[in-house]
Design a protein around this ligand. Sequence first.
Ligand code: HEC
Ligand code: HEC
Length: 346
Amino acid sequence: MRCLHALPLLALLVGCESSPTAPPARYTPAQIDRGRYLVNSVAYCGFCHTAMYPDGTREQSRLLAGIDCIIDRPAPGQTRANPDDGYGCLSFTNLTNDATGIGERTDEELKAATFDGVRHDGTAVSTVHPYYLYALYSEPDRDAVVAYMRSLPPVELPTRREPPWTTAPLISVVTDAQLPTPSPAYPEHEAATRGRYLAAIAACSWCHTPTYPSTDPRAATDVIQRDRIYQGGRGLRALSSLGYRPGMIALDPPVSPAMWSTATVFSTNLTPDPGTGLGSYSAADFTRVMHEGKDPAGKYSCAAAHGDPTSISASLTDGDVLDLYHYFRSLPPATRPVPSTCEAFK
Ligand code: HEC
Ligand code: HEC
């Protein structure tokens, strides 16, 4: 029956079960396809919202169905976090069309939460979800992302959201004017301009921009240093709250689990600085990072973000990778704020 393709909620509203004709499709197949590409290849929402197998690849059977209590904080007065004390859990929300996911949200509520950080209950979405960068999505791309989310089969998976996350502050979003702009003299200026938008909505800056040290007062109201976007140097713990564990990242030679637990890797400077950035990278070098997670010497980079077939950027089209390459080449070179620690692991 055609109704099976309809949303459960919509089906309910329009009385689909007894209707002889299918309800009008809310989104076009082209919108859903664009959304699928944006969610799974460009923004890579499943980096967070899809559970992982022990080898670090994503569970495709539960695509975007979330992970409960990915971060837990100790309750006031406690030294250890306890997932059962009603305090401290933040989850990767279930994005499928189940009541435990987004099934009861309207499209407008979904867009406000995803791209503006405002939840249906008026509270702010945690900045672990990088809405301050997703705010740069165009209106048609916002619709496409929602269209694709609406196409996901329901998976039942309740996720907890507990204090202190429920009172997180809403931070100001990154504006177009804050994004670095291609040099007008750059020969492939059009490609670089397309790459600028792609890099923005892929949220490369989420990892490739330094954060404020926790002692800096600006850390309370902002995540990334907006005057240093794409300059690299964000520290990501190898064993991190994002769930990387030993063995998840294929490093050659392998790194001992003991080292992982203490290791911090600092993201690459994506500006074309010859010494500390991508100055010497050819388009082929850049493509190898994006598609295989390997540096120009053929070794895996120290980033869970790049490096396996289901990782960030692995399934970007060649054309989009080239646009990204031209964008980063066209930026004014900047010196990386923090040296790389990756060599120590290789
Ligand atoms: C770095 C990890 C991360 C990435 C990447 C990410 N999210 Fe999230 N997302 C989260 C977390 C954590 C929450 C829960 C926030 C909270 O409860 O305050 C969340 C919440 C949400 C919510 C629900 C907000 C609500 O409570 O109503 C939606 C919808 C959502 N994300 C969609 C997306 C989409 C679409 C993408 C890709 C464009 C994406 N997310 C990428 C971590 C992430
Ligand atoms: C989840 C965090 C994260 C995201 C998102 C991310 N990266 Fe990275 N990336 C890293 C880290 C960490 C490294 C540093 C690895 C190292 O030191 O070898 C890195 C390394 C790189 C490198 C150099 C790799 C090498 O060893 O030669 C390039 C190029 C790169 N990223 C481009 C991008 C682009 C373009 C995007 C957006 C499409 C992106 N990254 C998104 C974390 C991320």
